[in-house]
Design a protein around this ligand. Sequence first.
Ligand SMILES: [Zn+2]
Length: 194
Amino acid sequence: MGASFFTLMDVLSQPVLVLNSGYMPVGIKSVRDAICMVLMEKADIIKEAANLFIRSEKLKLPAPRIILLINYNHLPKRKIRLSRQNILIRDNHTCSYCAKQLSASKLTLDHIIPKSRWAEIQKDRKATDFNSWENIVTACKECNTKKGSKLLSELKWKLPPIKKLDPRLTPLLFVSNKTAEEFGWNEYLFYNQY
Ligand SMILES: [Zn+2]
């Protein structure tokens, strides 16, 4: 059996990209929820799946892939998650120690005060939490290895001031390129990527 075999339940739980009436991506719903919204005239289907159908004996409807909300032009409130992706964005994909700008695959996250040293540092000389925006920065692999479990003061390394992440720079939706490609969402997510 090929990968294209889907039961009705499988089809109904497939993801559908939801755009607001300004064509901005605002969420992901299941095919089932998307169809409900269309039936309630809250949304229109603007893209159907090429080879995914909702079938019954008398019915064969293509499953929606993208729906457009009618009369809904808001954007979701962006929650800024403490994530690798967001730290890299905040630091402009630049190593905080040697200032090299690199692709994401060549970058790591570095805890400014390493776990093994956290306990020995006085409270007023460190961030509130070990895993926090204040204690994690972008570092290239080389610098991260060199730093190891040392403190910046021991290495005589200086850290540029840590910026605040501008929420406008974070994507509206977290969708991997692979998923966007697979479901044909790319044209509505282009600005969403970086
Ligand atoms: Zn570096």
